[in-house]
Design a binder for this molecule. Structure first.
Ligand code: XBP
Ligand code: MG
Length: 255
């Protein structure tokens, strides 16, 4: 059995970007009387920049109405980001961002098998807490051994820092763990930390190449389209299948 599952949030636990963060950013722009809005397509391009505040600062480089001075840009980005997170929490609370199919079931597999689960994300902690509390209830925290968010690892994916912090807190070698990711930056971060990656493609990262991944497919709740394929008869990606994939690695460590 594997030592721990290291789970990304945005795009992986839930499709949070197009109808969550993007919509909340636009509400924040309107509330702060900032004249620009992010279309679905533009936001997809901006997702190459990880971190909401970093994304705002990057976009300000091409916005004619953005403040000229660096200090003012930083102040505006911080204000917009805080506002965005408030609107995001409201969207989450209304139930508009469900967990992706197969996520709850795999979490239950881990609980039954006593395999620790870590959250490893570049997202602000408040956003993660809002999402997990909404779907797993007020006692959501006991399901996770470790929670590594933006505040714990300021160097954002594709930097491996978030994964390194999580492995340190779990006190497990990278070779005993499996990460679940959706984006090229997430895959790169996990790989750079030496962690094998299961890739579940998402709305904005439907084309993420499977390079260097343990397995890649359209989602945990989907049986078709996985490479390597699922065991015959399985109706979703379960923990036993992940352990089988992991055991094929020459360097796999058994926890
Ligand atoms: C997630 C991010 C975050 C979210 C928004 O990347 O890059 O910036 O888009 O959250 P990953 P914040 O899924 O690879 O962790 O606004 O809190 O940054
Ligand atoms: Mg992601």
């Amino acid at each position: 059995m594997i030592g721990a599952l290291l789970w990304d949030v945005d795009g992986t636990l839930a499709e949070t970007e197009r109808d969550g963060h993007r919509v909340a950013f636009n509400l924040a722009f309107a509330a702060a009387a900032v004249p620009w809005r992010w279309s679905e397509q533009r936001y997809g391009d901006l997702l190459r920049v990880t971190g909401g505040r970093e994304r705002l600062l990057h976009d300000m480089e091409v916005q004619a109405e953005a403040p000229r001075a660096e200090a003012q840009r930083r102040e505006l980005a911080a204000r917009l980001h805080a506002l965005k997170n408030e609107f995001y929490a409201e969207i989450v609370e209304r139930g508009e961002l469900p967990l992706r199919p197969g996520v709850s079931e795999l979490l239950d597999d881990c609980r039954r098998a006593k395999v620790p689960v870590a959250i490893v994300t570049t997202t602000t902690r408040a956003n993660v807490v809002a999402l997990l509390r909404r779907h797993l209830g007020t006692d959501w925290a006991w399901r996770f051994a470790v929670l590594v968010c933006a505040e714990d690892a300021p160097r954002k994916k594709p930097d491996p820092q978030a994964y390194q912090v999580a492995l340190g807190e779990l006190a497990l070698p990278a070779s005993a763990c499996v990460a679940i990711e959706d984006s090229p930056a997430g895959v790169a971060a996990a790989r750079a930390a030496g962690v094998a990656v299961l890739l579940t493609r998402s709305y904005y990262f439907s084309q993420t190449p499977p390079d260097g991944t343990l397995a890649a497919g359209p989602g945990l709740g989907v049986t078709a389209g996985w490479d390597p394929p699922l065991a015959a008869g399985d109706s979703r990606v379960n923990l036993a299948q992940i352990a089988r994939w992991h055991a094929t690695l020459p360097t796999a460590a058994v926890a």
